[in-house]
Design a protein around this ligand. Structure first.
Ligand code: DOR
Ligand code: ZN
Length: 346
């Protein structure tokens, strides 16, 4: 098999940033994907429907000419998010969810939620109005080992939210552990998960291979090999609750290669090819289109894209860097060779 044709995929978890970074990266996603759930962790965050609609306009204005890429907007939940904002979001044609960042969990999460119980009225409104909750699932208490944060979040927070709000539709974002995969599989309803290409391709050793590797640092941090294998099994296994979400998160080289480097891996430049690489290594493309192009749309209640794309088996080399406003951006697997290439003409 040297060519695969599939419905054009969507990215169910993406960071596009704001101008002028936005202009440097949005073309990469638009070349690959039809739609993307756009994360709201700007500075200041996208807290209201009005913020989300204004941000959407800035994204549309930054797209390459003739692009039909569709940004699907989200709100950033804070301790002060109001129920009427949730209602407004659910009535908007352009807002598809609200994102829960536990305060301090990751990049630009300082304005996130400090006490989940304060959000109960918001969760209740979300389940009533059918707005999806996107969750950064990591516990943030300082005593918790960084590699255990996802598991502890499931036990201390996610289970409680799901019990108290059984009709709330949740996406457990960028899962990194066997614990998370098993938790999703055991759920009776209203729980799905995105999986990134980097968590399918690297384990935690990649952060320390021959020295400290800042371009392999993201949050949640990559875990040990047995967890990576559980993610690969989930992605390739055909269960409709798992789908592609790149968590592509651009930071300049200077921001990454620093005494306190930012978390985030930039994969939008070659995301489909990276997912193809992971499926190829697993030796099984059977569920590739379902994972890339159908499961996410089904969970969000959106139609499948009509356009198709083609990827071909072709050895090619990723660039060492890409231009960006603060210098350059180092993409995931910079300088490495990949085996699959997205065909320009679809
Ligand atoms: O590694 C990450 N980077 N994880 C996140 O959750 C946020 C993201 C970012 O915005 O840079
Ligand atoms: Zn993210």
């Amino acid at each position: 098999m040297d060519e695969i044709s599939l419905i054009r995929p969507d990215d169910w978890h993406l960071h596009l940033r704001d101008s002028p970074f936005l202009e440097a990266v949005v073309g990469d996603s638009a070349r690959q994907f039809a739609r993307a759930i756009v994360m709201p962790n700007l500075v200041p965050p996208v807290r209201s429907c009005a913020d989300a609609l204004a941000y959407r306009e800035r994204i549309l204005a930054a797209l390459p000419p003739a692009s039909r890429f569709e940004p699907l907007m989200t709100l950033y939940l804070t301790d002060n998010t109001r129920v009427d904002e949730i209602r407004a979001a659910s009535e908007s044609a352009h807002v598809y969810g609200a994102k829960l960042y536990p305060a301090g969990a990751t990049t630009n999460s300082d304005a996130g939620v400090t006490d989940l119980e304060r959000l109960d009225a918001v969760f209740d409104a979300m389940q009533k109005h059918g707005l999806v909750l996107q969750v950064h699932g990591e516990a943030t208490e300082p005593g918790i080992d960084v590699f255990d944060r996802e598991k502890v979040f499931i036990e201390r927070s996610l289970e409680r939210i799901r019990n108290d709000f059984p009709a709330l539709r949740i996406v457990f974002e960028h899962v990194t552990t066997r614990d998370a995969v098993d938790y999703v599989l055991a759920a009776d309803a209203n729980l799905a998960a995105t999986i990134t290409p980097h968590h399918l391709l690297i384990n935690r050793n990649a952060m320390f291979a021959g020295g400290l590797r800042p371009h392999h640092f993201c949050l949640p941090v990559a875990k040990r090999e047995e967890h990576r294998q559980a993610l690969v099994a989930a992605a390739t296994g055909g269960d409709p609750r798992f789908f592609a979400g790149t968590d592509s998160a651009p930071h300049s080289r200077a921001a990454k290669e620093s005494a306190c480097g930012c978390a985030g891996i930039y994969s939008a430049h070659s995301a489909i090819e990276l997912y193809a690489e992971a499926f190829e290594l697993a030796g099984d493309f059977e569920q590739f289109e379902a994972f890339m192009s159908r499961h996410g749309a089904d969970y969000y209640g959106l139609p499948h894209n009509r356009e198709r794309i083609r990827i071909s088996r072709r050895d090619w080399q990723l660039p060492d860097s890409l231009p960006c406003p603060d210098g350059e951006l180092v993409p995931f697997r910079a300088g490495d060779r990949l085996r699959w290439k997205l065909d320009a003409d679809g």
